[in-house]
Design a binder for this molecule. Structure first.
Ligand SMILES: Nc1nc2c(ncn2[C@@H]2O[C@H](COP(=O)(O)OP(=O)(O)OP(=O)(O)O)[C@@H](O)[C@H]2O)c(=O)[nH]1
Length: 220
């Protein structure tokens, strides 16, 4: 697929949000060479072969191997999309869809067959999927939000339940149930001690079993 050798930027709207994409076309050779530049630069990779050219498919396998090795070495997976291009050349097909799909599974790639010269929408969809996949990957790599434990003390006047809930991303439906408690971030694992406590609430037969279970432990 022709993209200029140097980079260019393009503003796309994906899910109502504009996304600035920088694209670098690297593959003006059949075998990977000087890959470091784009391996460390890219947020996502699109590896493209022609369905009517077995050699280009074999070339892709080398690129995918290099990307996989790089991801392992930096312990970070950037999304990879494997594209079988020139779908309009079906009658000259040398690479089956199953072969493409199987290579994609092997390397954990998304897989599409497209025709760059005939189907603008499909190609656009593929680029948008690449952006979405980068977003998903970024979200997956966000540090886990801390859990919160509660203590049965009334809120300070200045801190409303709504403030606390929105600050920590708690769903609004928890507000009523948790409105009369304090929130504390759970400490790091190294500092945490788990101690069994029995509170009067824990022993109350009128409370729901899940509440009893929750109140059966205190982490501090
Ligand atoms: N039939 C058909 N031809 C295509 C399609 N996409 C690209 N081509 C043609 O394939 C040839 C190579 O296209 P390029 O976009 O230069 O391919 P490339 O792999 O980027 O090539 P390099 O820039 O040398 O790396 C050109 O003649 C294109 O017109 C397609 O979807 N269908």
């Amino acid at each position: 697929m022709c993209i200029a050798e140097d980079t260019y930027t393009s503003e796309e709207v994906v899910d109502q949000q504009p996304v600035l994409m920088k694209v670098m076309d690297t593959a003006d050779q059949d075998v990977p060479a000087n890959c470091e530049r784009y391996l460390s630069w890219a947020n996502a990779f699109m590896v493209v072969y022609s369905i009517n050219n077995k050699r280009s498919f074999e070339g892709c396998q080398q690129y995918l191997d290099i990307i996989s090795l790089h991801s392992k070495s930096i312990q970070h997976d950037s999304p990879i999309l494997l594209l079988g291009n020139k779908l309009d050349m079906e009658q000259y097909r040398q690479v089956t869809k199953a072969e493409g799909a199987s290579l994609a599974v092997k390397h954990g790639c998304l897989f599409y067959e497209v025709s760059a010269c005939l189907e603008f929408e499909t190609v656009q969809h593929v680029f948008h999927e690449a952006v979405r996949e980068v977003r998903r990957e970024t979200e997956r790599n966000q540090p886990v939000r801390p859990l919160f434990i509660t203590e049965e003390r009334p809120f300070l006047h200045l801190v409303t339940p709504a403030t606390v809930a929105s600050k920590h991303g708690l769903a609004s439906c928890t507000l009523n149930t948790l409105s009369m408690v304090n929130y504390k971030e759970i400490p790091s694992v190294a500092q945490a001690k788990l101690v069994t406590v029995k509170s009067s609430r824990a022993q109350s037969k009128r409370k729901a079993p899940t509440l009893t279970l929750l109140k059966g432990f205190k982490i501090f």
